[in-house]
Design a protein around this ligand. Structure first.
Ligand SMILES: [Fe+2]
Length: 135
């Protein structure tokens, strides 16, 4: 079962970014499925590494587009990306220090953050990037 689905209204109408976002939902679903099967503990470290890796690439792509098009809200947007990594770093430390119960909290944070970030901050750059024909 996929609990956290990418939906059409999440589209920012930029192919590469929509594909990235879909990929992040996929990773969240993998964790959710592992949790449903009682396997979250074993897979969490690997999951976090994969998530950081994937989002790093995605944020870099967005920031590269911002730079190339001189996006006016770049600083504010980048701060949100940094906040995301700080929060993930905290989850990681919590997990490493023996707290094995963070999965539900983590999934909730990830899906809330992602949906809010897409619907508010990412939608904001949509028309700007479209003007520069970013795909
Ligand atoms: Fe973003």
């Amino acid at each position: 079962m996929n609990l956290y689905e990418w939906k059409e209204n999440y589209s920012v109408d930029i192919k590469s970014i929509d594909a990235d976002h879909q990929g992040i939902f996929k990773i969240i679903n993998q964790l959710f499925n592992a949790m449903s099967h009682g396997k979250a503990k074993e897979t969490l470290a690997e999951f976090l590494a994969q998530l950081v890796d994937y989002t790093k690439t995605h944020f870099k792509r967005e920031e590269m587009y911002f730079l190339a098009t001189n996006y006016p809200d770049t600083v504010e947007h980048k701060l949100q990306h940094e906040f995301f990594f700080e929060k993930i770093e905290r989850f990681k430390k919590q997990f490493e220090s023996g707290d094995q119960q963070i999965t539900v909290e983590l999934i909730k944070f990830l899906s809330d953050w992602l949906v809010n970030h897409i619907l508010i901050s990412d939608k904001k750059y949509m028309s700007h990037l479209k003007k520069f024909k970013v795909e």
